[in-house]
Design a protein around this ligand. Structure first.
Ligand code: SF4
Ligand code: SF4
Ligand code: FES
Length: 246
């Protein structure tokens, strides 16, 4: 007698801003991830399905989608974590991004905001400065180093940005990932771009727009807490206004 294959019912967003859900049935596999399901659909059932991934191991940040109503990285999300007995999957593109097609979104605005928040390292010292050739020594147990380390493993997946209601209301808001990145650099004693960074994060699209409602922190797959990074920016900014060092 032929073995019965258990099928998973999957609804997938098709289209861009306008579109509709399309239903598929996908064979269940042990330890199957949500990304495995999408890949099966694209390879075996509909080659026109658009989605994005690269590493499959939680490093590149490109596979995030809304899975049963919640933004997640799909390569590290097992179907068994999100689907109960008899349940199915509903897959949508990340919210707060422009949809390119199906499950693929345009990330340009998201990364432009990292740039706008001065979320890049600006060295204080030139490599041509022969008197300063040694590596900078950053004490691993200093408060600043620990604050920077807490946010440094961000993979740019956009889950926090998709989860943030304030980004939905205010398209100019720099958002949790860019502000978290700025906070890691505020705490980098080697960085020489602090004045420009403070100007960037204190503006009308900066850290004071955050309502501290924690969605970003709740959903970040890397267990980063952008809410606390943004709170750190707010505290340090107040300290700067009153003339103390951050
Ligand atoms: S804590 Fe701030 S950045 Fe995070 S989701 Fe809420 S409003 Fe957005
Ligand atoms: S802070 Fe977390 S959720 Fe946001 S982009 Fe970085 S890794 Fe993704
Ligand atoms: S495919 Fe790279 S993080 Fe998921």
């Amino acid at each position: 007698m032929a073995e019965t294959v258990e099928l998973l019912h999957v609804e997938v967003w098709r289209g861009a801003a306008e579109g509709k859900f399309q239903a598929f049935n996908v064979p269940r596999q042990e330890h199957q991830t949500v990304l495995d399901v999408v890949t099966h659909i694209q390879r075996e059932q509909d080659a026109t399905l658009a989605y994005r991934f690269a590493c499959r191991v939680g490093m590149c940040g490109s596979c995030a989608m809304v899975v049963n109503g919640r933004p997640r990285w799909t390569c590290r999300t097992r179907v068994s974590e999100v689907v109960g007995r008899g349940g199915g999957l509903r897959l949508e593109p990340l919210r707060n991004f422009t949809v390119v097609k199906d499950l693929a979104v345009e990330m340009t605005d998201f990364f432009d905001k990292w740039r706008d928040a001065k979320g890049y390292f600006e060295p204080q010292r030139s490599s041509h400065d022969t008197a300063q050739r040694d590596f900078a020594v950053v004490p691993p147990d200093s408060a600043q180093r620990r604050a920077a380390d807490a946010g440094i493993e961000c993979i740019g997946c956009g889950v926090c940005y998709a989860a943030c209601d304030v980004v939905g209301w205010n398209k100019d808001y720099l958002g949790p990932a860019a502000l978290n990145r700025a906070w890691t650099l505020v705490n980098d004693m080697r960085d020489g771009g602090q004045d420009g960074r403070w100007k960037a994060v204190s503006g009308s699209a900066g850290c004071h727009v955050c309502h501290s409602h924690m969605n970003c922190t709740q959903f970040c797959p890397k267990a980063i807490a952008p809410t606390y990074s943004i709170a750190g920016l707010k505290r340090a900014m107040t300290a700067r206004v009153f003339g103390r060092r951050n």
